[in-house]
Design a protein around this ligand. Structure first.
Ligand code: OAD
Length: 232
């Protein structure tokens, strides 16, 4: 399972901690249904800015290591709380986006139409006359049911659970490694800081993921980073 920390070394700000998004921005104004109702243009400005940051970013060694791991082991599931597409751009195929995807938008009324988002409109509109909204999960909203159910199913039956770059304070996602630990999996945390999940882990690797994860996979003789770094 991954959180914002895995994309930190790609230049995407995390949410909590020094320099995190929630330090400079108010979550209830920008990432809640109430905030969107009150000022949809402001919410769209913020998400468009985050999309621009993402468009300029590249996957790092940790994203690529997970893509190699998926290609190497028999069964692998990547559950991410991240709304960015860096896992996919690194080559990961089976990614469960538990908190949605920032590059997509959907109708506020969920009318189901496929629409082109008009970048010239401060608040892009759906063909049905309703505003479009970023296709992410906001505070107070349910996670995509099938994805979270599948993530818990996999946590319950996995042999190894890697928990990378998450503060472990947002549920239900934070329950995934806790369930894996309870079900007897080897749980490994990769994070420069201690988290509420740390005590449930069998092993903690303290440091940034882009350096540690490729090293872990190489030293455990699972898969090596190709010479030159890039690619899967
Ligand atoms: P947070 O910002 O809460 O936590 C980021 C974690 O990454 C912290 O524990 C950092 O110590 C760690 N970290 C920082 N740099 C790192 C690095 N280079 N390598 C590895 N770890 C590093 O982000 P999340 O846990 O993902 O929800 O936050 C969970 C949810 O809260 C987000 O999905 C978002 C937010 O509100 C929604 O938007 C619904």
């Amino acid at each position: 399972m991954t959180g914002a920390g895995i994309s930190a070394e790609s230049g995407i700000p995390t949410f909590r901690g020094a320099g995190g998004l929630w330090e400079g921005f108010r979550a209830e104004e920008l990432a809640s249904p109430e905030g969107f109702r009150k000022d949809p243009a402001k919410v769209w400005r913020w998400y468009r800015w985050r999309r621009e940051v993402l468009a300029a970013a590249e996957p790092n060694g940790a994203h690529r290591a997970l893509a190699r791991l998926e290609a190497t082991v028999a069964s692998f599931t990547l559950a991410t709380q991240n709304v960015d597409d860096l896992h996919e751009r690194a080559g990961s195929r089976r990614v469960l986006h538990l908190h949605g995807e920032i590059t997509r938008s959907r109708c506020l009324r969920d009318c189901g139409r496929e629409v082109e988002e008009d970048p010239d409109l401060a608040v892009p509109m759906c063909g049905c006359g309703s505003p479009l909204r970023p296709a992410v999960v906001w505070f107070g909203e349910m996670l995509p049911e099938e994805k979270i159910a599948l993530a818990f199913e996999e946590a319950d039956r996995c042999d190894v659970c890697l928990v990378i770059g998450t503060s472990g304070v947002v549920f239900p996602a934070a329950g995934i490694p806790l369930l894996a630990a309870k079900a007897g999996a080897l749980v490994i945390e990769v994070n420069p800081e201690e988290t509420p999940i740390s005590t449930a882990c069998n092993c903690v690797l303290r440091g940034p993921a882009a350096g540690l994860l490729p090293k872990l996979l190489s030293e455990a003789r699972i898969c090596e980073e190709p010479v030159g770094g890039g690619g899967v």
